[in-house]
Design a protein around this ligand. Structure first.
Ligand SMILES: C[S@@+](CC[C@H](N)C(=O)[O-])C[C@H]1O[C@@H](n2cnc3c(N)ncnc32)[C@H](O)[C@@H]1O
Length: 329
């Protein structure tokens, strides 16, 4: 307990000492975001930064993320080091592994720890889906709205699986270039270009060798809220037509929470910073788990797992939730 408090103190002091460097990195990132990242995802940097921090803190291995980052359009080796390297150094020097650096993180979940719990929930969903001893081991893994996700370049690399990454054409091009420059072997991954709002990701996958008869795991992390409700429904309904045992894991923001002051403020910040508005929300009115279950049931899927972001207490509703939905037999 005392040791942890000392580590936190040391971490905080180092963060304050590194703050000028961090701010310099932030300015570099903002400038590059506006000048070199046009038409490419801006929202995918935040989850990447979180996964890099876990790696630096020694709580979750993701060396591919650390290798990839300096080659992405809004980053450079110096910007990546100033922004994330410094914070990682503060974590390593202090040995602090709590709060936003923790993994899989203490429960219950909270808005502040959302990225910790989100990463852990999806890691667990992926690991259990591809477990060969499970009831319907996935033979295909699809990262829908893959952004800068690097799970395909870790433990998945040596598995007998078909791996697909789906995203917009500009983002896919930026990622494949960055993977090349970083020297990350991506030969086992099929990159598929689409815009969920305009074309069918499913048709685009079929053209690239996706087999709908095989049990499939789809990771749809950090995407639903940027889409229209009908696009979310179409995606879930498509999954309900895949092989029995196929699963899709996704996160949502709460309709009730984002109708309130805090939520509207968060929405404005996201719009101002990333230029993207939140469009789709799912109710978390108590019991939130039932809301998720009912929503996916209306799209032909069954609930395999659910975790609310934040507690359900009195009038307090969770800010969102993580859902694992299954095509049952
Ligand atoms: C917040 S990022 C999440 C990236 C990644 N899943 C992760 O968690 O690190 C959202 C991703 O969804 C993609 N995306 C958003 N809207 C899309 C659309 N209409 N069609 C295709 N991709 C889309 C973005 O390009 C971006 O890569």
């Amino acid at each position: 307990m005392l040791m942890n408090a000392l580590r936190l103190l040391m971490f905080s002091l180092l963060v304050v000492a590194f703050l000028p460097l961090f701010m310099l990195g932030m300015v570099g990132f903002m400038v590059r975001l506006k000048t070199r990242n046009r038409g490419i995802t801006a929202t995918a940097y935040e989850p990447l930064f979180n996964r890099m921090l876990f790696h630096h803190a020694g709580t979750r291995d993701d060396r591919a993320a650390v290798k990839l980052a300096p080659h992405l359009p809004a980053l450079s080796p110096s910007v990546a080091w100033l922004m994330i390297g410094t914070m990682g150094l503060a974590a390593r020097l202090s040995g602090y592994q709590g709060s936003i650096l923790s993994y899989p993180g203490a429960r219950p979940s909270s808005m502040i720890l959302m990225m910790v719990h989100r990463t852990a929930f999806f890691d667990e969903a992926l690991a259990s889906a591809v477990d060969p001893t499970g009831p319907h081991p996935a033979q295909q893994v699809v990262f829908l709205g893959a952004g800068w996700d690097t799970r395909a370049y870790g433990a998945l690399r040596d598995r007998p699986l078909r791996v697909f990454e789906v995203d917009t054409p500009a983002t896919q091009r930026a990622k494949t270039q960055a993977l090349n420059r970083a020297g990350i072997d991506a030969r086992h991954v099929t990159f598929v270009e689409t815009d969920f709002g305009q074309t069918s990701w499913f048709d685009a996958l079929l053209v690239r060798g996706f087999d709908p008869a095989l049990p499939t795991f789809i990771l749809w992390e950090g995407v639903t809220y940027y889409l229209e409700e009908k696009t979310v429904q179409t995606t879930l309904r498509t999954v309900s037509g895949l092989a029995v045992g196929s699963r899709i894991a996704f996160d949502t923001f709460s309709l009730e929470y984002f109708s309130g002051f805090l939520g509207q403020y968060a929405n404005l910040m996201i719009k101002g910073f990333y230029g993207e508005s939140l469009q789709f929300f799912m109710s978390t009115a108590a019991p939130a788990r039932k809301q998720a279950s009912d929503f996916i049931a209306s799209q032909g899927l069954a609930l395999a797992a659910y975790e609310p972001v934040g507690e359900e207490r009195g009038k307090t509703v969770p800010a969102g939730g993580f859902t694992l939905a299954e095509r049952s037999g």
